[in-house]
Design a protein. Structure first.
Length: 71
């Protein structure tokens, strides 16, 4: 597996950071709450967060009330 020894990240770590950033963006978490350190891994997390924000903007507004959706 490709690993950058001096930076301490690999492709799996970047994918995980992206997915976690995406989930954080989906939940509306603030971008400043990134749990990672290091420019590359933070960039992966922020890319996920940004992508989730773009998807949220493209969705039609939905009522968050579960009962109104199933009634």
């Amino acid at each position: 597996m490709a690993t950058d020894i001096k930076l301490g990240w690999d492709v799996e770590a970047l994918n995980k950071a992206y997915r976690q950033g995406y989930m954080a963006g989906e939940m509306g978490m603030d971008k400043t709450r990134c749990p990672y350190r290091g420019e590359v891994i933070i960039a992966a997390w922020e890319a996920g967060w940004d992508d989730a924000g773009q998807v949220r903007k493209q969705r039609p507004q939905q009522d968050d009330d579960l009962f109104s959706r199933i009634a």
